[in-house]
Design a protein around this ligand. Sequence first.
Ligand code: SF4
Ligand code: SF4
Length: 475
Amino acid sequence: MQEPTITEIYDEQEEESYRDHISTVDESGKRVWLYPKKPKGRFTNYRQLVSYLLLGILFAGPFIKIGGQPLLKFDIIDREFVIFGQVFWPQDFHLAVIGMITTIVFIILFAVVYGRIFCGWICPQTIFMEHVFRQVEFLIEGDYMKQKKLDKQEWNTEKVVKKTSKHVIFVLISAFIMHTFVAYIVGVDDLWSMIGNGPAEEPLAFVAIVVFTGLFYGVFSKMREQVCTTICPYGRLQGVLLDKQSIVVAYDHVRGESRGKIRKGEDRVEKGLGDCIDCHQCVYVCPTGIDIRNGTQLECVNCTACIDACDSIMDKIGKPRGLVRYASEDNIAENKPSRFTARMKAYTTVLFILIGVLVTLLYLRSDVETTILRTPGMMYQEREDGTITNLYQLKMVNKTAEDMPIELKLEGIDGKLEMVGDNLMLKKQDLGEGAFFIVLDPSSLTKMSTDIKIGVYSKGEQIETVKTRFLGPAI
Ligand code: SF4
Ligand code: SF4
């Protein structure tokens, strides 16, 4: 037997049942499959524009190059990360950590002030679900009533053709998106060569793409809104992030209640009725199956579909738009304007401090990073001519897009620096290693451990000074 739909369940529900269980699970604990109505309206149009822009950036990302580098690359295998053409190395890990904390604080601050605006407008789950996979579904199976009818009907040619073509397209889209993600990890050139080599030569990559394509397909064909309502930690955090001043998609209960069906010639004011005509259009379009008139709920991803649905009803009955709109609880209940609360101020201060630290560190980030360490386990050595030597290991990272010949000089003390082998030629975006001796006359040593400075030069220009220690005999 066909499972009841959310609309059927909702119609049978007690008014308060939304407090006992989430909208997509019935009283016996079974999943309720949602058939949201196709939303239409100005917010839907704006959201579509934002989605297409973000999807465009996502798919173009690995192909766009800045200074020979991709716009974005996250090569976790070779530990090379490119953000807007700038190469970041594991040595820049602290920047990644601060960047991540800044992003999280930014999202939290945004949630405190604007609720789940991120979920509705920017989150990849919503974008892929509502603007890619759901659109394919609408195109092939039609709007919600037709989808319901198709699911209820016996298997026939129409159902087989529609279901098969929908799922084949879902798999193809998932595979395309997974290939894009792989391009972000290994780069476009390596992705092309992997595809050219085929599964026999690239079994690991092939298995990974098949597995992740399957997962992606599963999320958007089966899991859907469950990701937002039960899995996503950001969604779960809303309970502690939102307060009465947070601006969320909200129903104006002061204006809307008491709700009641519209009847020709009836004076609603006289009857004590508000502007809500109880048409359920805001419920039918909801992709998480809730009724916004029950107040802010954890399931609401602030997708604005109910705003558009209600606005179109208000237009039809000649009432002002905005019965469902972006507003805070205080805006609606007490007719108060939005306030910048102490919590908002605190998060904003933390955010500005973090942005300041991040910008300073990015500004101070050097193009070349040098690590000089005395060779572990080796003490000083005395040469026949009486001079003392220490052996050092040199590691350098060239973060620029140019090859750099490197020359080291001992600074501020008489002595010699002898490279083991040739001077280092540091390739662009590469790591270079070498070894060298520092040779000092014992007369310049006054203690067992002496601080020394080594200048790092390229093409005659000093690019860095590194401090280290020189060990010698006790005086
Ligand atoms: S209640 Fe409105 S904004 Fe929230 S998820 Fe449903 S349709 Fe979207
Ligand atoms: S769409 Fe507007 S009028 Fe219709 S039920 Fe929802 S809030 Fe009421």
